[in-house]
Design a protein around this ligand. Structure first.
Ligand code: RIB
Length: 308
């Protein structure tokens, strides 16, 4: 079983030609409400790919909270660990440009109505899991407790350190697999990550804190895996990007699903890269996440979609 500890947001999405610069006004044609939140996206990604998933987090007691829970349930995620907070639901303001790049501002709301104690209220969901996956859109004490409790129960712990922030050595010592992007790795390690050599050096530095393995996601360039004995670069599947929102979440959800079913890390990374490639060709966060069927058809799909 996989337990995802993290955020749930309603994404308010606008599509513009360009992301506005400071002081600039741009026009968009419509505003869409899309189910999102890094935690919920990762939970849905894992569940759609066949994972047995439960989630610990919080939504508001409003219509947005209702809608987010309905979608999670429909995808088979156990929502009994999700609190109905008196705080308003988390909201993400997302602008997507014509090339599929985005900028995101999160208003945390209910996602911050969580603490270390809440983890113990739902400790059974961690005790029964083989993998616990978290991100950083909820209070750090909540995330740190989840990682600690998961380690105490012998789970594999995966932390996607997004959005980027400095983390204590104590927290990192409870992480088995860390999945930063280049910017997050730079902030966490304090080292530049401008070249492949610098990424490896920054990763080695960070691994001194006790992390067993590191997967640095490099957007359209692929990803870089390293553990104590090895380092390997995985190029991405080349597709035309429509919307990169939740591509990293898709990667993380697919990765833990593959690891949970017993895949070797090498195969799990390939699987996660395929899932992320599908997601960037579709709009929105949760609507973009692939199913088992999408993955079974991947080779045919990719033949048609591959960018030369
Ligand atoms: O990673 C994408 C997600 O980040 C969006 O769905 C948004 O809610 C923010 O949490």
């Amino acid at each position: 079983m996989i337990t995802v500890v993290g955020s749930l947001n309603m994404d308010l999405v606008v599509q513009t030609e360009q992301i506005p610069r400071v002081g600039e006004t741009v026009l968009a044609r419509d505003l869409r409400y899309v189910e999102g939140g890094k935690g919920a996206n990762q939970a849905v990604a894992a569940a759609r790919l066949g994972g047995n998933v439960s989630m610990i987090g919080a939504v508001g007691s409003d219509d947005m909270g209702d809608r987010l829970l309905t979608v999670l349930e429909r995808d088979g995620v156990d929502i009994s660990g999700i609190k109905r907070s008196t705080e308003p639901n988390g909201i993400a303001l997302i602008i997507v440009d014509a090339n599929g790049n985005n900028s995101i501002t999160v208003v945390s709301g209910a996602n911050f109505d969580l603490d270390a104690e809440y983890i113990h209220l739902h400790e059974d969901k961690i005790a029964g899991a083989s993998i616990v996956l978290a991100q950083l859109e909820c209070p750090l004490e909540f995330v740190a407790e989840a990682m600690l409790v998961a380690k105490n129960h012998g789970c594999t712990t995966v932390l996607n350190p997004a959005p980027a922030q400095k983390l204590s050595a104590e927290l990192l010592a409870n992480v088995d697999i860390l999945t930063p992007n280049e910017t997050e790795l730079e902030l966490l390690s304090g080292h530049s990550t401008a070249t492949p050599e610098e990424i490896e050096a920054a990763g080695r530095k960070l691994m001194e804190s006790g992390i067993k393995s590191l997967i640095v996601t490099l957007g359209s360039k692929g990803c870089f895996y390293m553990d104590a004995d090895s380092a390997e670069y995985y190029p991405s599947y080349k597709v035309k990007m429509t919307d990169s929102t939740a591509a990293g979440d898709c990667f993380n959800g697919a990765l833990v699903t593959a690891l949970d079913r017993g895949d070797y890390m090498h195969d799990a990374i390939h699987y996660a890269m395929k899932a992320a490639a599908i997601s960037v060709t579709r709009e929105g966060a949760q609507p973009s996440l692939p199913t088992v069927k999408d993955m079974e058809n991947f080779d045919v799909w990719y033949q048609e979609r591959q960018e030369k």
